[in-house]
Ligand binder design. Structure first.
Ligand code: PGA
Length: 249
Protein backbone atom coordinates (compact mmCIF):
# COMPACT_ATOMS: atom_id res chain seq x y z
CA UNK A 1 0.00 0.00 0.00
CA UNK A 2 1.31 3.44 -0.83
CA UNK A 3 2.23 5.86 1.96
CA UNK A 4 0.15 8.83 2.95
CA UNK A 5 2.40 11.85 3.29
CA UNK A 6 1.99 15.41 4.55
CA UNK A 7 5.03 17.54 3.77
CA UNK A 8 5.59 21.16 4.72
CA UNK A 9 7.70 23.25 2.36
CA UNK A 10 8.86 26.23 4.38
CA UNK A 11 10.51 27.91 1.39
CA UNK A 12 12.62 30.98 2.40
CA UNK A 13 10.95 31.41 5.77
CA UNK A 14 11.90 30.96 9.44
CA UNK A 15 15.11 31.92 11.18
CA UNK A 16 16.90 29.39 13.36
CA UNK A 17 15.04 30.54 16.47
CA UNK A 18 11.72 30.38 14.63
CA UNK A 19 12.58 26.95 13.27
CA UNK A 20 13.23 25.66 16.79
CA UNK A 21 9.94 27.10 18.04
CA UNK A 22 7.84 25.70 15.19
CA UNK A 23 9.41 22.26 15.45
CA UNK A 24 8.94 22.18 19.18
CA UNK A 25 5.26 23.03 18.68
CA UNK A 26 4.90 20.39 15.98
CA UNK A 27 6.63 17.64 17.92
CA UNK A 28 4.57 18.53 20.98
CA UNK A 29 1.22 18.44 19.20
CA UNK A 30 1.78 15.81 16.53
CA UNK A 31 -1.35 13.68 16.24
CA UNK A 32 -1.20 9.92 16.18
CA UNK A 33 -1.09 9.13 12.48
CA UNK A 34 0.13 6.49 10.10
CA UNK A 35 0.94 9.21 7.55
CA UNK A 36 4.54 10.26 7.06
CA UNK A 37 5.10 13.84 8.19
CA UNK A 38 7.91 15.84 6.59
CA UNK A 39 9.17 19.40 6.94
CA UNK A 40 11.56 21.22 4.61
CA UNK A 41 13.28 24.14 6.33
CA UNK A 42 15.91 26.27 4.64
CA UNK A 43 19.35 24.72 4.12
CA UNK A 44 21.10 26.65 6.88
CA UNK A 45 18.71 25.29 9.49
CA UNK A 46 18.50 21.69 8.32
CA UNK A 47 21.08 20.31 10.75
CA UNK A 48 19.41 22.02 13.72
CA UNK A 49 16.01 20.82 12.53
CA UNK A 50 17.24 17.22 12.37
CA UNK A 51 18.28 17.53 16.03
CA UNK A 52 14.96 19.17 16.96
CA UNK A 53 12.87 16.29 15.63
CA UNK A 54 15.21 13.46 16.60
CA UNK A 55 12.82 12.10 19.22
CA UNK A 56 9.76 12.29 16.94
CA UNK A 57 8.61 10.65 13.71
CA UNK A 58 8.85 13.91 11.75
CA UNK A 59 11.28 13.73 8.85
CA UNK A 60 13.41 16.73 7.88
CA UNK A 61 13.84 17.03 4.12
CA UNK A 62 15.65 19.46 1.80
CA UNK A 63 14.07 21.91 -0.64
CA UNK A 64 16.64 21.40 -3.39
CA UNK A 65 20.11 20.04 -4.20
CA UNK A 66 22.69 20.25 -6.97
CA UNK A 67 23.33 17.42 -9.39
CA UNK A 68 27.12 17.49 -9.12
CA UNK A 69 28.83 15.40 -6.46
CA UNK A 70 31.02 18.32 -5.36
CA UNK A 71 33.17 21.06 -6.88
CA UNK A 72 33.09 24.66 -8.01
CA UNK A 73 29.37 25.40 -7.71
CA UNK A 74 29.23 28.43 -5.44
CA UNK A 75 26.13 28.54 -3.31
CA UNK A 76 25.05 25.00 -4.04
CA UNK A 77 24.45 21.93 -1.85
CA UNK A 78 25.29 18.32 -2.70
CA UNK A 79 23.53 15.06 -1.93
CA UNK A 80 26.43 13.97 0.30
CA UNK A 81 26.10 17.15 2.36
CA UNK A 82 22.43 16.38 2.98
CA UNK A 83 23.10 12.76 3.89
CA UNK A 84 25.92 13.80 6.16
CA UNK A 85 23.56 15.77 8.41
CA UNK A 86 20.86 13.12 8.41
CA UNK A 87 18.62 14.33 5.57
CA UNK A 88 17.67 11.56 3.16
CA UNK A 89 14.83 13.11 1.16
CA UNK A 90 14.90 16.07 -1.21
CA UNK A 91 12.30 18.09 -3.08
CA UNK A 92 13.22 18.47 -6.75
CA UNK A 93 11.45 20.52 -9.40
CA UNK A 94 9.37 22.89 -7.32
CA UNK A 95 7.68 25.39 -9.62
CA UNK A 96 9.53 28.26 -7.94
CA UNK A 97 12.85 26.60 -8.84
CA UNK A 98 11.59 26.14 -12.38
CA UNK A 99 10.26 29.71 -12.71
CA UNK A 100 12.79 31.83 -10.80
CA UNK A 101 16.00 29.82 -11.05
CA UNK A 102 15.84 28.52 -14.59
CA UNK A 103 15.58 24.85 -13.67
CA UNK A 104 14.57 23.09 -16.84
CA UNK A 105 13.27 19.55 -17.22
CA UNK A 106 16.77 18.54 -18.36
CA UNK A 107 18.42 19.97 -15.23
CA UNK A 108 15.77 18.38 -13.03
CA UNK A 109 16.28 14.99 -14.67
CA UNK A 110 19.99 15.24 -13.78
CA UNK A 111 19.14 16.17 -10.20
CA UNK A 112 16.79 13.20 -9.87
CA UNK A 113 19.45 10.82 -11.15
CA UNK A 114 22.07 12.33 -8.84
CA UNK A 115 19.77 12.07 -5.81
CA UNK A 116 18.83 8.47 -6.53
CA UNK A 117 22.47 7.53 -7.11
CA UNK A 118 23.04 8.51 -3.48
CA UNK A 119 19.91 6.65 -2.40
CA UNK A 120 18.05 9.82 -1.47
CA UNK A 121 14.29 9.78 -1.73
CA UNK A 122 12.91 12.38 -4.15
CA UNK A 123 9.72 14.42 -3.90
CA UNK A 124 9.34 15.43 -7.55
CA UNK A 125 7.13 18.47 -8.20
CA UNK A 126 5.41 19.38 -11.42
CA UNK A 127 2.21 21.01 -12.62
CA UNK A 128 0.76 23.31 -15.21
CA UNK A 129 0.50 27.10 -15.39
CA UNK A 130 -2.87 28.81 -15.60
CA UNK A 131 -2.43 29.41 -19.32
CA UNK A 132 -2.02 25.68 -19.91
CA UNK A 133 -5.24 24.93 -18.09
CA UNK A 134 -7.13 27.68 -19.89
CA UNK A 135 -6.01 26.32 -23.24
CA UNK A 136 -6.73 22.75 -22.23
CA UNK A 137 -3.07 21.86 -22.50
CA UNK A 138 -2.66 20.74 -18.87
CA UNK A 139 -2.71 16.99 -19.36
CA UNK A 140 -0.22 17.18 -22.20
CA UNK A 141 2.09 19.43 -20.22
CA UNK A 142 1.99 17.28 -17.09
CA UNK A 143 2.69 14.16 -19.16
CA UNK A 144 5.69 15.91 -20.71
CA UNK A 145 7.06 17.00 -17.34
CA UNK A 146 6.78 13.42 -16.10
CA UNK A 147 8.43 12.03 -19.19
CA UNK A 148 11.26 14.56 -19.28
CA UNK A 149 11.95 14.44 -15.56
CA UNK A 150 11.39 10.82 -14.63
CA UNK A 151 10.78 8.39 -17.45
CA UNK A 152 14.49 7.84 -17.98
CA UNK A 153 14.46 5.94 -14.66
CA UNK A 154 14.52 2.18 -14.34
CA UNK A 155 11.41 0.66 -12.84
CA UNK A 156 13.35 -0.21 -9.68
CA UNK A 157 14.08 3.48 -8.99
CA UNK A 158 10.41 4.30 -8.48
CA UNK A 159 10.33 3.00 -4.91
CA UNK A 160 12.32 6.15 -4.01
CA UNK A 161 10.02 8.58 -5.85
CA UNK A 162 7.14 10.59 -4.40
CA UNK A 163 5.20 12.82 -6.80
CA UNK A 164 3.76 16.22 -5.96
CA UNK A 165 1.28 17.59 -8.48
CA UNK A 166 1.19 21.33 -7.94
CA UNK A 167 -0.77 23.44 -10.42
CA UNK A 168 1.21 26.68 -10.52
CA UNK A 169 -1.96 28.79 -10.51
CA UNK A 170 -2.88 27.36 -7.09
CA UNK A 171 0.46 27.92 -5.34
CA UNK A 172 0.38 30.71 -2.77
CA UNK A 173 -2.64 32.23 -4.48
CA UNK A 174 -5.35 31.09 -2.13
CA UNK A 175 -6.96 29.47 -5.14
CA UNK A 176 -6.95 25.72 -4.91
CA UNK A 177 -7.75 23.05 -7.46
CA UNK A 178 -11.11 21.54 -6.65
CA UNK A 179 -10.93 18.04 -5.18
CA UNK A 180 -12.36 16.82 -8.50
CA UNK A 181 -9.67 18.60 -10.52
CA UNK A 182 -6.98 17.14 -8.26
CA UNK A 183 -8.44 13.63 -8.50
CA UNK A 184 -8.78 13.89 -12.28
CA UNK A 185 -5.12 14.87 -12.70
CA UNK A 186 -3.81 12.37 -10.15
CA UNK A 187 -5.68 9.55 -11.92
CA UNK A 188 -4.22 10.76 -15.22
CA UNK A 189 -0.71 10.77 -13.72
CA UNK A 190 -1.16 7.21 -12.44
CA UNK A 191 -2.44 6.08 -15.84
CA UNK A 192 0.53 7.72 -17.59
CA UNK A 193 2.95 5.90 -15.28
CA UNK A 194 1.10 2.61 -15.79
CA UNK A 195 1.41 3.02 -19.56
CA UNK A 196 5.12 3.76 -19.35
CA UNK A 197 5.96 1.16 -16.68
CA UNK A 198 3.22 -1.00 -15.17
CA UNK A 199 0.21 -0.78 -12.87
CA UNK A 200 2.18 -2.05 -9.90
CA UNK A 201 4.47 0.99 -9.99
CA UNK A 202 1.59 3.34 -10.78
CA UNK A 203 -0.40 2.02 -7.84
CA UNK A 204 2.47 2.15 -5.38
CA UNK A 205 3.73 5.69 -6.00
CA UNK A 206 2.40 8.33 -3.59
CA UNK A 207 1.00 11.36 -5.40
CA UNK A 208 0.66 14.47 -3.24
CA UNK A 209 -1.40 17.50 -4.15
CA UNK A 210 0.04 20.98 -3.54
CA UNK A 211 -1.40 24.44 -3.95
CA UNK A 212 -3.17 26.42 -1.22
CA UNK A 213 -4.01 23.39 0.93
CA UNK A 214 -5.45 24.74 4.18
CA UNK A 215 -7.15 23.22 7.23
CA UNK A 216 -10.49 24.14 5.66
CA UNK A 217 -10.01 22.23 2.39
CA UNK A 218 -7.51 19.49 3.29
CA UNK A 219 -9.98 16.80 4.28
CA UNK A 220 -11.97 17.01 1.07
CA UNK A 221 -8.87 16.98 -1.13
CA UNK A 222 -7.27 14.12 0.82
CA UNK A 223 -10.47 12.08 0.60
CA UNK A 224 -9.96 11.59 -3.12
CA UNK A 225 -8.86 8.12 -4.14
CA UNK A 226 -5.68 9.06 -5.96
CA UNK A 227 -4.59 11.88 -3.63
CA UNK A 228 -2.12 10.45 -1.12
CA UNK A 229 -1.42 13.61 0.82
CA UNK A 230 -0.19 17.12 0.35
CA UNK A 231 2.79 19.39 -0.12
CA UNK A 232 1.94 22.39 1.98
CA UNK A 233 3.49 25.86 1.69
CA UNK A 234 1.93 28.77 3.58
CA UNK A 235 -0.15 26.68 5.97
CA UNK A 236 2.93 24.69 7.03
CA UNK A 237 4.41 27.79 8.66
CA UNK A 238 1.86 27.74 11.47
CA UNK A 239 1.85 24.79 13.87
CA UNK A 240 -1.91 24.69 14.44
CA UNK A 241 -2.69 24.84 10.72
CA UNK A 242 -0.13 22.20 9.82
CA UNK A 243 -1.34 19.93 12.64
CA UNK A 244 -4.93 20.37 11.44
CA UNK A 245 -3.87 19.36 7.93
CA UNK A 246 -2.02 16.30 9.27
CA UNK A 247 -5.13 15.40 11.27
CA UNK A 248 -7.22 15.68 8.08
CA UNK A 249 -5.39 12.76 6.57
P1 PGA B 1 1.05 26.92 -0.88
O1 PGA B 1 2.41 26.33 -1.50
O2 PGA B 1 0.50 25.84 0.00
O3 PGA B 1 1.47 28.15 -0.12
O4 PGA B 1 0.16 27.23 -2.03
C1 PGA B 1 2.48 25.01 -1.93
C2 PGA B 1 3.86 24.70 -2.46
O5 PGA B 1 4.48 25.60 -3.05
O6 PGA B 1 4.36 23.58 -2.29
Amino acid sequence: MRSKIVAGNWKMNKTLAETNVLLSELTGKLPDTTAEVMVAPTFVNLAAAVQDVSASSIQVIAQNMHFAENGAYTGEISADMLLDIGVDTVIIGHSERRAYFGETDAILAKKVVAALAKNLRVVFCFGEELEDRKTDNHFKLVAEQLKNGLFQLDASAWSKIVLAYEPVWAIGTGETASPEQAQEMHAFIRKTIANQYNTEIADSVSILYGGSVKPANAKEIFSKEDVDGGLIGGAALNADDFIAIISAI
